[in-house]
Each structure stands twice: as C-alpha cells, then as structure tokens.
Write a protein that binds this ligand. Structure first.
Ligand SMILES: Nc1ncnc2c1ncn2[C@@H]1O[C@H](COP(=O)(O)OP(=O)(O)OP(=O)(O)O)[C@@H](O)[C@H]1O
Ligand SMILES: [Mg+2]
Length: 874
C-alpha cells in the first residue's frame, strides 16, 4: 500500500511542477505559508547565490527534493540579491485564503522580476540607468529598443546600413543594458562575448516580436490608431523590437506598464557619436583599470545632489551635443548658476533631501508605491515655494513649468500631507497609514478599537477583584482569541460562569460571555480598519496618479536644476572656464588640464595649450620620453571637447572649440582573445574603423599606432595612417598623433598640415626631469637608452646602444633631406600632392647645377663624368 503511494508525487509537488514548467528559466519563489521555498535546481542555485542553507523536503519519498527557503517578510532583500546577480525571479503566491480552503491552496505566479524590469530600490543604483534592450535582426536590419523600466523611458532605433553591426555595438556599450531580450535563436556572435557574459540574456518566442503582434501591442498600450505619430510607420524592425520589449514587461508585471507613456525614435545625427572604444579609452563613465566610476570623468565631475540629476548628467556625457545653439543654451544656464553663488548653495542644500522623484513616479503609475514613498513625494513637493523662489533668483525662465502646474502640485502636496500619518509604514498590511480626520468611519472604528482595549483592561481589574485572584490575566492568541488565564493554584476560586477552554501545565484558560462579546467587537473593528485603510490608500494613490504628467515635468525640472547647478559648482570649485563654441574648425585651448589626472594625480598638474584646425595645423605629431605625459595630453584634449559639447565649463583658462561630429580614439593595447583577436589585430581593426568613418569635422586621437608589431611594419603603418588622415581630400581631420617613432616627425617637412610638438624634459646630472610642457618641434632625443641606463642595464649594453642609435640617426635622411623610407612610387601618390608638385624628385641640389650648365662647351668626357656624379648622389 505505502509502496503504491510512494510512486506518486504529492499533490503539492504536482502543483509545483506544473507551475515550474511555465517558468523554466526563472528561479521560482514558491509561497508556503510564511515562507518562499525554492526547490530542485532552483534551490541549488538560490542557496549558493544567497548563502542560505540547502536542505531536503519529503525525505525518503518520491517527492524528495533539494529545498531552501526565505521568510516572506524579508523576501525583498533576497530577491534584490538574486536580481543583482543576474537571475530572473518568478513570485508564486497563494491566491486563496488557506483558512477558507480545504485541501491544496491555489497558487499562481503573480509577477516575474528581472534585472531589466525591476522597480525595487534595493535593486537599483540611484545614479545609474537600468536598461532592458530588445534586439531583433536579420541579414540587413537591426531593431533596438531601449527601455529604462524604473523611469519609464522608452527609445527605439532601426539600423540598416552596412555599418549597422558596429553602430548597434556602440549603442549597446553606451547604454550598458542589464538585460538583453531577443527572439529565440537569435545569433549574437557579432557581439563581444564579454559583453554578453555580464548581462542577463532573455530569449522569448519569436511570435512575440512579429510585426503585426508588436504593432498591436504598441497601439493598444499607447491607445493610438497609428504609429505615424511616433515616426515609426515605415520602421518595421524598430516596431518589432519595441513591441517585443513592451509585451515582455507587460507579461512580467502581469498587467500594464502604465508609466511607459512615450516612445521616442533615436536619431543618429542628433548627437556626437561616441563609440564603445572611445568611451572606454577616454574613461568617460568607468575607469579602464577596474571599471569603477570614481576614477572616470563622470566620477570626477559629478557634483549632482539627486539621483535624477546624476542620471541626466551621465546622459549628457554619453551624448554630447553637436548643435552650437543648443550647447550655448546649456552654457547660459550653467553660467547663471555660477554667478549666483549663494542661491546656488541654498538650492543644492534643498536638492540634497529630494528623493528620486522619477522612480517614485513610475511606482505611482504602476500603483506599487508604498505609503512611505508617497509621503516622500509629498515632502519633496513641500519644497516647491523655496525652489521656485531660488529659481526665479538664479535663472531667467522657469524651465517648462508654469504657475498652473505649480499650484496643481501644491494641491497634491497638501492632499498627501493631510491624508497620510507623519511616519507611515512601508506597507499597508498592518494599517496605520491614514491620518485622523480623513474618513469618519475609519475614525469611529479606531476609537472602538481603542475603547475596547481599555474596556478589556477594566474587565481584567474587575474580575481580579470579584474572584480575589490577583494574578488573573486577560490575554489573546490567534487560536482561541481572548481568554482569561488563571494559574492552577487558584482554580478553586474560579466562578461557575467561567467556561474552561484549555488546560496547560501550570494554568487554565477560560472564556466568559462578556469577553466573547468584546472580542467580536474588537476583532471586527480591527478587520474593518485594515480593509478600509487599504481601500482609502488606493483611492489616494489613484488621486495622485491623475497628477502624474505634472509630477513628471517637475522631476525633469529638478533634474535640470540639479545638473546646471552641479556644473556651475564644478566650474567654481575646479576653476574651469567657459569655452567659446563655434561651427568653425578651430580647437584652441589655453592651459588645458586633464580633469581626472588633475584631481587624482599626486604631482601638481602642468597645464598645456592646444592649437588645431583643419588647415595648416591639422595633425600634431607628438613625441617625448616615456612617462612624459603624451597619453595624458591626448586624452585631456578629447575630454575638454567632450565636456564642452556636453554643455559644461572646461579645465582650461580659455578655449575656443569648433564643434566636432565625432571623437575617435585609438589608444594603448588591449586583447580580445575571447573574440579571437590578437593585440595587433584589435589595434588594426580600430584604426581601420577610424579611417573608414572619420570626417573632416572629427577629432582623432592616435596614441602609438603601430606599436604592436615589428618596428618597420609599425612605422610603415603609422606613417601611412598619418598621411592618409592628413590628406584633406581623404579625411583632413584635426588629429593628435603620439608616437615613439621619431622618424614620424619628418612628416612635418612633407605635409603642409603637420606640426611637430614634443613634451619637454630636462637632463640634470644623469637624471631626467619631466617638465611636462608641450612645445613646438620634435624631441631631439628618444631618451629610451637613457631610461634604460637609469633602469640599470649593463654599461656595455648602454654604450653599444648609444653607438647604434647614433648610426641609425645619421642614416635616416637621404641626400635631399627627406627620410629615406618615405620615398613614394608613382601609384601611391595622392592626387592633391601631385597637383602641388608634379616632379618632387627634381627638386634636388643638382637641378641648379643642370640649369647653369653650358652644354655647348662641354666635352663628352665631362658630360659623362657629371652623369656619374649625379647617379652616385641619387
Ligand atoms: N601635465 C601633467 N601634469 C602632471 N602630471 C602629469 C601630466 N601629464 C602626465 N602626468 C603624469 O605622468 C604620468 C605618465 O603620463 P603619460 O602616461 O601620459 O605618459 P606618456 O608620455 O604617454 O608615456 P608612454 O610613452 O610611456 O606611454 C601620468 O600618469 C600622470 O600621472
Ligand atoms: Mg602613453
């Protein structure tokens, strides 16, 4: 008999298996009374991720399963931990009251939480975005939809050109999504595997991304009849990606994602393009060394006071502007804040206490806001009069907010203030949320509860007196409700109308009719209070939801106020200057500094000038010793341009900046072994990308191109790359080229737009002093041998090295003064160069000799000798 039973799974386990089947890729949090339990593989994964004990349930039966559990009231923290580790969690609740049910309680998954669809603060970084990206593709198209679920921001783009994979890769690196949603069987081999490894990859059935389904999902959600208003009518792939993303979040939330109110089409040409390589090399939001934020540009310049401001500033850095007027408008605001020193400080103090209104708004829209968070919104609205007063003092206009909006928000603030208690709990399940005076019925019930409590105390006193049992107690437990407890010694004194309910070791428990009546009254009131409070709280939330649009506007205003104020604070504290922006080609910086090295470096920072344009100063060849500061200088120039185009002041004493369309960088060595690329291969791929995509309006930073191969190959590539960039009919962009190939400085003689600069050092008693100053001209020495000597190379090696160096330097140039290796054959001549000088080879010393020759008076012998001479010189 028992054997037969054991062959079958218990009904509970059957229920578990049925639900789990629908959520194979999620960790199932299976509610069992006061606990969430995880089973089988989920238990193994969760116990490891959460550091909790793994046990077994149903030992010795067919239902035996590895199991671990967490108490339901502490579940949020555990869920957050799972999400941060990249898991998806499905929350399965008991959807029936176990007390009212016979047999197995019904259970259902009520929501799925994933890294890209989470709203809980414990899972979110204040100043960071938490993007979900949905990606659909075929051989010629890519649709990408970016959804920042916590703030409801939703953007989409379709890429069709031959560079679509590179562009998509760059966008993905910039947005840095936490979760990637794709149709099943999508081939992502074109993406860096390292990029994928760190993120949660979610695959869903392809039909969810089909055009018709996606279109309907979008139309239904936005209550629109056509997608034309979104500019998406012809963008099949964008629609598929966006619809797929929306459908996904709707299904994880088991309902509407009401806070997503708009879908914006990203334009490629709106902003300066910063590709993934450049972002990394310039350490814009993360350091190269260990990926932290502190040592990045953002980490060093972020003086925002709110999470909203922090996110907006990050966005400005990742997407600098290219429109001069738009940049100037940002600058004007920053300048206003800079000039209003005291008001700015006051504003910053106020902002310090403002919560993340953006994310609270999303929770409000979803209806999942808790009472304490709602009070937070109210409290931040209380600051409106002060903020507006300061705003009026600092800036000429009030951003996009008008008086009507403000009075609306003020009313909302009063409503929240009146309706909530001053210190509400984080959930509604135990009541205590609504203030007195909000609802008459609630007040009455509460006073019944209160009175009843004092009545019980009275009853206890009365019974003690009547029975003479001084230790008689009126108590409560869940099973029996209210009862009178008397210790056994006094049992004989208990009156006849006491009805015995329970006997314990030392005491007896009784009830009386009077107690029963009170109990009903109290418990009835308690239950009604909870129901009523919940209902009233929902009404309040609904009332606040009606103001969401204005709340959103206000959140944006606060973010702008914060960023403008923070950039002004930065300029003031770090002595930055206002760059003069133009549509021209000049890039002139006086006393420029590196914003990160200047703050974190141990030595005082030496400022340097920059002078570049697309004419006679378009390519700087920068030489100088190791550790001289070449790389620092290159990056500093790029960062100054980036900061300027983001709307910020810049670390310099003055700057004139012609807007650039793109900053390209090729810096240092990095391997992509996982992608099957060697150091040199990566270097060449990145260089190729620059040569294919740079325009005359770009800024190019090349740090030691060609270092990763043999000297001759390296120099050859460095040289030809520089020439190619320099030639204005090809690229002709402003370029800084740092190199240890001193031969490269000869380019100055050959190319009209090349200017040599070097980082100066001074020799002092066998030592080198780094002056770190950039000067015109080339480094006259390499200092490599010198550094080798300092490093302790054997004397013989140093001596021999000097000798070889001397020989090499002597033989570098040909008789014409040009570097020997720079000679060209006819078919590599650039067209323009040909126009400038048709016969450059004739421009030699013996040309003059030839011109002056008196041919009529020359003997054949003399002529032959001359020919021999000339031939030799060649
Ligand atoms: N202008 C400066 N003022 C003060 N310190 C500087 C300056 N420039 C660079 N440094 C310091 O010098 C260090 C080395 O600079 P950097 O890496 O730019 O040299 P480099 O010329 O590129 O050397 P290498 O040829 O070896 O690549 C930096 O880490 C920084 O701490
Ligand atoms: Mg360097």
């Amino acid at each position: 008999m028992t054997r037969k039973k054991e062959k079958k799974l218990s009904p509970l386990m059957v229920q578990y298996q049925t639900i789990k089947k629908q959520f194979p890729d999620e960790i199932l949090f299976f509610r069992m009374g006061d606990f969430y339990e995880m089973m089988y593989e989920d238990a193994i994964a969760a116990s490891a991720a959460l550091g909790i004990t793994l046990t077994k349930r149903g030992r010795g039966t067919v239902s035996e399963a590895p199991m671990c559990g967490v108490p339901f009231h502490a579940a949020d923290g555990y869920i957050a931990k799972m999400i941060r580790k990249g898991f998806r969690v499905a929350i399965c609740e008991q959807v029936e009251d176990p007390k009212a049910t016979k047999g197995l309680v019904k259970r259902e998954v009520v929501k799925v939480i994933t890294p890209g669809t989470v709203l809980d603060e414990q899972c979110l970084e204040g100043k960071e975005f938490q993007y979900l990206v949905s990606l659909v593709q075929d051989e010629r198209h890519i649709g990408l939809a970016f959804l920042e679920f916590s703030t409801g921001r939703f953007e989409v783009i379709e890429l069709n050109g031959p560079d679509r994979l590179i562009e998509a890769g760059d966008l993905l690196v910039t947005r840095d999504p936490v979760e990637i949603l794709i149709p099943e069987e999508t081939d992502l081999s074109w993406l860096d595997p390292g990029f994928l490894q760190k993120r949660c990859k979610t695959e869903k059935e392809a039909w969810r991304f089909s055009y018709d389904y996606a279109r309907t999902t979008l139309l239904d959600h936005f209550k629109a009849i056509s997608l034309a208003g979104f500019g998406l009518e012809k963008s099949t792939w964008a629609v598929r990606a966006a619809g797929g993303a929306l459908h996904y979040v709707q299904s994880t939330q088991k309902g509407e994602a009401k806070h997503i109110q708009d879908l914006k089409v990203l334009q490629k040409s709106d902003h300066m393009v910063l590709d993934g390589t450049t972002l990394r090399n310039l350490e814009v939001v993360r350091s190269l060394f260990d990926g932290n934020r502190t040592e990045s540009l953002l980490g060093q310049i972020d003086m925002t006071m709110t999470a909203m401001g922090g996110r907006l500033l990050k966005e400005w850095l990742l997407r600098p502007l290219i429109d001069v007027e738009a940049i100037r408008s940002r600058q004007a605001f920053v300048t206003s804040y800079l000039n209003a020193t005291i008001a700015r400080q006051e504003m910053r103090e106020i902002l310090k206490k403002v919560p993340d209104l953006d994310r609270q708004n999303s929770k409000l829209a979803m209806g999942s806001i808790n009472p304490r968070e709602l009070l937070g919104i109210g409290l931040s609205l209380k600051k409106i009069p002060e903020i507006v007063e300061l705003m009026d003092e600092i800036v000429p206009d009030r951003y996009q907010i008008n008086d009507q909006d403000l009075s609306h928000l003020w009313q909302l603030c009063e409503t929240i203030d009146q309706q909530l208690v001053t210190d509400p709990p984080t959930h509604t399940r135990n009541g205590g949320v609504l203030a007195r005076g909000v609802n008459q019925e609630l007040d009455e019930l509460r006073s019944i509860r209160k009175d009843s409590r004092s009545t019980l105390a009275e009853l206890e006193a009365r019974e003690r007196e009547a029975t003479g049992i001084s230790k008689l107690k009126v108590q409560y437990n869940k099973v029996f409700g209210y009862y009178i407890e008397v210790s056994k010694i006094h049992s004989s004194k208990v009156p006849a109308h006491y009805v015995r309910k329970q006997t314990l070791v030392n005491s007896e428990r009784y009830i009386t009719d009077e107690l029963k009546t009170y109990e009903e009254k109290i418990l009835g009131a308690e239950e009604k209070i909870l129901v009523l409070e919940d209902q009233l709280y929902r009404q309040l939330v609904a009332q606040c939801q009606a103001s969401l649009n204005t709340l959103r506007k206000w959140a944006l205003v606060l973010a702008l106020v914060d960023v403008h104020g923070a950039l002004a604070e930065l300029a003031a504290q770090k002595n930055y200057c206002l760059p003069e922006m133009s549509d021209g080609d000049a890039l002139v910086i006086k006393d420029g500094r590196h914003p990160v090295v200047e703050s974190l470096g141990s030595d005082p920072f030496i400022a340097n000038d920059t002078f570049l344009n697309t004419g006679s100063d378009r390519l700087n060849i920068i030489t100088g010793p190791n550790m001289g500061g070449k790389s620092t200088y290159l990056r500093q120039v790029a960062l100054i341009v980036l900061l300027a185009q983001a709307g910020s002041y810049v670390p310099a004493t003055s700057a004139e900046i012609g807007v650039v369309d793109r900053i390209f960088t090729r810096v240092g060595a990095s391997d992509h072994l996982a992608r099957g690329q060697s150091t040199f291969m990566v270097e060449m791929t990145e260089t190729a990308n620059i040569l294919h995509h740079a325009t005359k309006n770009s800024l190019i930073i090349l740090d030691e191109i060609g270092r990763g191969t043999s000297t001759f190959d390296g120099l050859a590539i460095a040289w030809s790359t520089a020439e190619y960039i320099h030639d204005s009919h090809r690229i002709g962009a402003k370029t800084l080229f740092a190199t240890h190939y001193h031969e490269m400085t000869e380019l100055e003689k050959l190319c009209e737009g090349v200017v040599n600069r070097n980082i100066t050092v001074r020799e002092w008693k066998n030592d080198i002093i780094f002056l770190r100053r950039i000067e015109k001209g080339s480094a006259d020495q390499s200092y490599g041998v010198h550094v080798g000597q300092l490093a302790g190379l054997p004397k013989a090696v140093v001596r021999r090295a000097r000798e070889i160096l001397h020989n090499l330097e002597k033989n570098e140039l040909d008789t014409t003064g040009n570097p020997r290796f720079a000679r060209r054959s006819a078919d590599t001549q650039p067209q323009e160069a040909e126009q400038l000088s048709l016969f450059p080879e004739w421009n030699t010393p013996f040309l003059d000799e030839l011109k002056e020759l008196d041919l009529d008076n020359l003997t054949p012998r003399q002529a032959l000798n001359l020919l021999y001479d000339w031939k030799e010189q060649l």
